[in-house]
Design a protein around this ligand. Structure first.
Ligand SMILES: *[C@@H]1O[C@H](CO)[C@@H](O)[C@H](O)[C@H]1NC(C)=O
Length: 184
């Protein structure tokens, strides 16, 4: 009889041991949730005097340009604002939390990214390429993995005041706001 009690005790212990391991595993496992949103892209300077090819392909990076992201809730109230400065390659990386401090979800499709300022005095007129001036909405992520989602935008362009003048005298919004420069 005594052996029997010990045996039962042992079985109970083993069962408890197993179940506690099991629950520990279960509570440690979480569905990967998106916690961080990265928004990356480039800001470049374009000089319209070089012609279309150079305008599109020959840009130089803007360093220290400020890019911002603003996100709205369903009632059009701003729930998130963030900004970043471009590095020497003209690249920015805005990092946002998916949830605000009040636990509200920041919806990517309610966020828009725009050019704010540029320290380059010779190239500081924002163009509307990639909607840099009016604000580019976050549409399709370029990368999703576990708790990270990434959007890649742009490139955005600044141009020189001289080029801006020719832009406004020859406005062309027909090709999706990308504008075109007069032939020189
Ligand atoms: C920028 O381009 C978009 C898309 O074509 C257009 O809707 C918007 O009005 C433009 N904004 C400015 C400031 O030119």
């Amino acid at each position: 009889m005594r052996t029997m009690v010990v045996l039962i005790y042992a079985v109970v212990l083993i069962a408890m041991g197993c179940s506690s391991i099991h629950t520990a595993e279960a509570s440690n496992y979480e569905e990967p949730k998106i916690k961080t949103i990265h928004v990356g892209g480039k800001v470049l300077c374009q000089d319209c005097t070089q012609g279309w090819n150079e305008w599109v392909h020959g840009a130089r990076p803007i360093k220290g340009g400020k890019v911002s992201v603003t996100c709205m809730d369903d009632r059009n109230r701003a729930v998130f604002y963030g900004s970043d400065l471009t590095d020497e390659k003209g690249q920015f990386d805005l990092i946002m939390n998916k949830y605000t401090i009040n636990g509200k979800e920041v919806k990517a499709n309610r966020c828009s990214v725009r050019l704010v300022s540029c320290p380059d005095a010779t190239c500081n007129v924002p163009t509307n390429f990639s909607r840099g001036r009016s604000g580019m909405k976050l549409n399709r992520p370029s990368f999703v993995y576990r708790d990270l989602v990434k959007y890649t935008l742009g490139p955005f362009y600044y141009t020189s005041p001289m080029c801006e003048k020719s832009d406004t005298t020859h406005p062309d919004q027909s090709n999706n706001g990308r504008g075109s420069w007069p032939n020189y």
